[in-house]
Design a protein around this ligand. Structure first.
Ligand SMILES: Cc1ncc(COP(=O)(O)O)c(C=O)c1O
Length: 455
C-alpha cells in the first residue's frame, strides 16, 4: 500500500544527452506525451539498477533464476489469461496436469477425490484452504443445530504473516502457541490445550519462515485423529508446505508429513520457492472434493463453457503454471532430487563455515532444509542487524530479524540457500561474514532489527 503522491511535480531528467528524450518526464503524473519504446525501456532499466541483485539475495525463498527456455516460455504465455479456460483450453489441461503431479507427490489418496488449484502463492492457497475449512465447520455446526459463530484456529507463532492476515480478514480467532527459548516450532503438547469444538483447523508447518524447522506434524496428527472420535471434533490439519513441499519429498521421501497422515485435509506449497519457478505460483490441494464446499466454487460461463473457479482473484497470466510444467518435464524426479541434495550440501557447508566464526552460533545447520539461521553467542557483543548492514555493503542480502513471541529477545541472521548459490559463493559469503565480524568487533553503531523475515 502506498499513500498517493498528489503534490509532487518532480520530474525524471533523463541523461543520454537528449538522444532519446527531448523533455523531462513527470514522476507522479501521467506524462502528456509518450516516448519511444527503447527510451522508456532504458529509463526504467537504469532506475531498476538500484534494486538488489537477486543472485546475492539470501533473504528470499523465491526463485530468481530459470533456464533461458523457461524465459522464452514465460514471454510466450504472459499474454494468456489463465482464467480464460475456454479460450486457452490447453493451458487449462496443463494446469490440471501440474496440480495432479503435485497431488501425487504429496500422496493424495487415489480412493478419494483429491482436488486442487494453482494460486498466486502460498498466501492465497492458505486463505482458500482455511475458508473451505471454516465453511465446512459452519455447515456441520448448523446441521447439528449448534451455534456457528466464533470460529477459531490453532497455530504456532512460527507461522508466516499470511496466517494472521487470514484470521483478521476472515474473522477467525487465531489461537497462537508462543515460542520459547530453544523451541521455535509446535507439537501436540502445545496444541491440545487450545483446541475446542469451535476449532476449524490446526496449522502445521513443513519449514518455518523464521528458522526453517518443522512442526511436530506426526504428534499433531495423532492428537487430531484421537480427538476426532468425539462428536463434533473433526478438526482438519492443514500443512503449510510453502518451502518444504518441494524439499522433503525429494530429500526424505519416507518422511510422513502429507496426506499419508490421516487428519491432513489440505496442503499448500509455494511453487515459486523450491518448485523452482519465478514468483507468482502456489498450489492448494484438498484430500477430497468434500473438503471444499461446492457453494464456494464459482461456475463462470460468460467466457464460454462452464469454468469452475476457486480463487480470491480472477485474472492472472498463465505463465507461472506453464513454467512449473516446464520445470517438471525438464527436471523429473531425479533432477529435483539432485538439486535438493546440492542445496542441502551447500547449506551445510555454509553452516559449518559460519558456525566456526567466533561470536556466532548455529540455530539450524542446513541439514533438514537449505536454511541456515545463526544467532550471536553474546548478543551484547555482536549486533546481527549491523552485521546484516555490513554484508549489504558488499552486495549480500542477508536479513536479521527477531523471532516471534515469546522468543522476540533473540535476533537471528537467516540465509536461504537456493539452486543458483554455488559452493564458490558459500566460500565468498563465509569470508565476508568473517571480515564483517572483525569490523564489527572494532565498533560501529547499532541498528534496529526487522520484526519479520522476508519470504
Ligand atoms: C511457511 C510460509 N507460509 C506461507 C508463506 C507465504 O508464501 P507466498 O509468498 O507464496 O504467498 C511463506 C513465505 O515465505 C512461508 O515461508
Amino acid at each position: 500500500m502506498h499513500t498517493l503522491n498528489l503534490d509532487s511535480e518532480e520530474h525524471l531528467s533523463p541523461t543520454y544527452a537528449g538522444r532519446s528524450f527531448s523533455h523531462d518526464i513527470p514522476k507522479y503524473r501521467l506524462p502528456t506525451e509518450g516516448v519511444v519504446a527503447e527510451a522508456a525501456y532504458q529509463l526504467i532499466h537504469d532506475e531498476l539498477n538500484l534494486d538488489g541483485n537477486p543472485a546475492l539475495n539470501l533473504a528470499s525463498f523465491v526463485t530468481s533464476w530459470m533456464e533461458p527456455q523457461a524465459d522464452r516460455l514465460a514471454a510466450e504465455t504472459l499474454a494468456k489469461n489463465l482464467i480464460d479456460q475456454d479460450e486457452y483450453p490447453q493451458s487449462e489441461v496443463i494446469h490440471q496436469r501440474v496440480v495432479s503431479m503435485i497431488g501425487r507427490l504429496f500422496h493424495a489418496p487415489a480412493h478419494q477425490r483429491p482436488t486442487g488449484t494453482a494460486t498466486i502463492g502460498s498466501s492465497e492457497a492458505i486463505m482458500l484452504a482455511m475458508l473451505a475449512h471454516k465453511r465446512t465447520w459452519q455447515r456441520r455446526r448448523e446441521a447439528a443445530g449448534l451455534a456457528a459463530d466464533r470460529p477459531n484456529m490453532v497455530m504456532g507463532a512460527d507461522v508466516h504473516t499470511c496466517w494472521e492476515k487470514f484470521a483478521r480478514y476472515f474473522e477467525v480467532e487465531a489461537r497462537v502457541v508462543p515460542m520459547e527459548e530453544g523451541r521455535y516450532t509446535i507439537g501436540a503438547e502445545e496444541v491440545e490445550p487450545l483446541l475446542d469444538e469451535r476449532t476449524i483447523a490446526v496449522a502445521g508447518l513443513l519449514g518455518t519462515t523464521f528458522t526453517g524447522q518443522m512442526d511436530d506434524l506426526r504428534s499433531i496428527d495423532a492428537l487430531l485423529t484421537r480427538v476426532a472420535t468425539e462428536p463434533g471434533w473433526q478438526i482438519p490439519l492443514h500443512i503449510d508446505a510453502a518451502s518444504g513441499g518441494f524439499i522433503v519429498p525429494f530429500a526424505r521421501p519416507e518422511e510422513e508429513w502429507d496426506f499419508r497422515l490421516p487428519s491432513v485435509r489440505s496442503i499448500n506449497v509455494s511453487n515459486h520457492k523450491f518448485g523452482l519457478v519465478y514468483p507468482g505460483m502456489g498450489t492448494v490441494i484438498f484430500r477430497d472434493a468434500s473438503d471444499l464446499p461446492e457453494e464456494l466454487v464459482f461456475h463462470i460461463n460468460y467466457l464460454g463453457g462452464d469454468m469452475p473457479n476457486y480463487s480470491l482473484n480472477f485474472s492472472r497470466p498463465s505463465s507461472s503454471v506453464i513454467l512449473q510444467y516446464f520445470a517438471f518435464l525438464r527436471l523429473g524426479r531425479s533432477g529435483y532430487e539432485q538439486i535438493v541434495a546440492t542445496v542441502l550440501e551447500n547449506a551445510q557447508a555454509l553452516a559449518k563455515k559460519l558456525g566456526a566464526i567466533d561470536g556466532l552460533g548455529l540455530l539450524t545447520d542446513g541439514s533438514e532444509f537449505p536454511i541456515v539461521a545463526l544467532r550471536a553467542s553474546d548478543p551484547l557483543a555482536t549486533d546481527l542487524t549491523q552485521l546484516s548492514h555490513l554484508l549489504r555493503e558488499r552486495g549480500w542480502i542477508v536479513p536479521a530479524y527477531t523471532l516471534p513471541p515469546n522468543a522476540e529477545h533473540i535476533t537471528v541472521l537467516r540465509m536461504v540457500v537456493k539452486e543458483n548459490f554455488s559452493r564458490d559463493m558459500v566460500d565468498m559469503l563465509a569470508h565476508d561474514v568473517g571480515v564483517s565480524m572483525r569490523n564489527l568487533a572494532q565498533g560501529s553503531r547499532p541498528h534496529r532489527a526487522r520484526r519479520r523475515p522476508v519470504c
